[in-house]
Write a protein that binds this ligand. Structure first.
Ligand code: NAD
Length: 383
């Protein structure tokens, strides 16, 4: 079986699906690894690095995809040279990547029509057995770290407290809203830089984790009910709840130099937790990094990219893992190789459709969209 690693063509995508270090693991599963020339360049890996690791280099992307039994990508396939990357895949081939199953119904439809068996890393079940294949968590770790570095570089202040002959500098105040994987990494990074950090999450289980990182857990007077689903994700709350949350968080937002928001509810628009009035109440020069920007943003004023609203810099972050492409690719490659070892036995694809990981991550198979939520999106588009 040939496994192909194409160069990512999405604008500003610097990651690569497989790093040279991970080539051996694929070979160990009995696969022949072919990498598109230049695929690892923006992540710091040369063709020579891949060659030395045992991969073959192919310079023609059409030939690469046309010969592959298995294709490992970062981003979903997209339009290219008047056609579409999906049309370069062989019918019956397997594709694995971040396929945005709920956001890109057209890609899911194309993959099914093409007869590709596609696995979307966003659909990976969050069970202990699949932890090393959980690419969303891996990328959130990088994003949380990067969010704080961006904020620190943008804020007109430093993070730590300094007592110097030139006077005392008070530490920056950082508020993290949503203390999941990205939020906890943001807290840890801000603490390492010396900021005073507080955090809030609707899942009460998080309190202990926040405190263990040296941050204060913000208690709000809200009726949360059953905050967590069986997958460990937050449940959606009512609009009335979010209204109260905005009111109660407003004062803390106003007192913060930096706010990092990461609050997401799977399959839904991100809840608005900071309205324009709260932005207006912040000190000029303050920074908001909105990691929920791709899902609509946790701040009412967020737009993709960087904007300044009422003197506050709002960074609508859409792909922070791509800013740290070496480690993001290294972690993603580990997730992928573990998943591939799960699907391939002695060089042969063995799809066990009864298996929770295989069926859970599957998006399309044998001409059909197998994931129910993605299928409803496609049917919704068509009606
Ligand atoms: P996520 O990216 O979907 O959401 C980020 C955070 O936002 C979550 O902590 C969520 O509770 C929070 N949030 C949602 N609405 C909010 C609101 N109104 N106000 C404040 N916060 C809000 O989730 P994630 O970070 O990817 O994962 C969440 C948790 O799932 C993890 O912390 C972990 O406990 C669990 N998890 C388990 C596994 C596993 O293998 N068992 C794998 C990954 C994650």
């Amino acid at each position: 079986m040939i496994v192909a690693i194409p160069r990512e063509i999405a604008p500003d995508e610097r990651r690569v699906a497989i790093v040279p270090q991970a080539v051996k693991a694929l070979e160990g599963a009995g696969l022949e690894v072919v990498v598109e020339s230049g695929a690892g360049e923006s992540a710091g890996f040369s063709d020579e690095d891949y060659r030395q690791a045992g991969a073959r280099i192919e310079s023609d992307p059409v030939a690469l995809l046309g010969s592959a039994d298995l294709v490992l990508k970062v981003q979903a396939p997209m339009a290219v040279d008047g056609g579409h990357e999906v049309d370069r895949l062989r019918s019956g081939a397997v594709l694995v990547g971040f396929l945005k199953p709920l956001d890109l119904p057209d890609v899911a439809r194309r993959l099914a029509e093409r007869g590709v068996t596609a696995f979307s890393m966003e659909l990976m079940p969050r069970i202990t057995r699949a932890q090393s294949m959980d690419a969303l968590s891996a990328m959130s770790t990088i994003a949380g770290y990067r969010a704080v570095l961006l904020a620190a570089a943008t804020l007109p202040k430093i993070f730590p407290m300094l007592v110097t002959a030139a006077g005392t500098i008070s530490p920056a105040r950082v508020l993290v809203i949503g203390a999941g994987v990205a939020g906890l990494q943001a807290i840890a990074t801000a603490r390492r830089l010396g900021a005073v950090v507080e955090a809030y999450d609707t899942r009460p289980a998080v309190k202990e984790q926040v405190e263990s990182l040296g941050a204060k857990f913000v208690e709000l007077d809200l009726e949360i009910g059953d905050a967590e689903d069986k997958g460990g994700y937050a449940r959606a709350q009512s609009e009335e709840f979010y209204q109260k949350q905005r009111e109660q968080l407003g004062k803390r937002v106003a007192n913060s130099d930096v706010v990092v928001t990461t609050a997401l509810v799977p399959g839904q628009r991100a809840p608005i937790l900071i309205d324009e009035a709260a932005v207006k109440a912040m000190k000029s020069g303050s920074v908001i990094v909105d990691l929920a920007a791709e899902q609509g943003g946790n701040c009412e004023c967020t737009t993709p990219g960087t904007s300044v609203v009422h003197g506050v810099t709002i960074i609508g972050a859409t792909n922070l893992p791509s800013d740290i492409p070496a480690n993001a690719s290294q972690m993603y490659a580990k997730n992928l190789t573990t998943f591939v070892s799960h699907l391939v036995k002695e060089g042969k694809l063995e799809l066990d459709l009864e298996d929770e990981i295989t069926s859970g991550a599957m998006l399309t198979h044998e001409g059909k969209i197998t994931n129910e939520a993605a299928r409803s999106r496609v049917e919704g588009e068509g009606s």
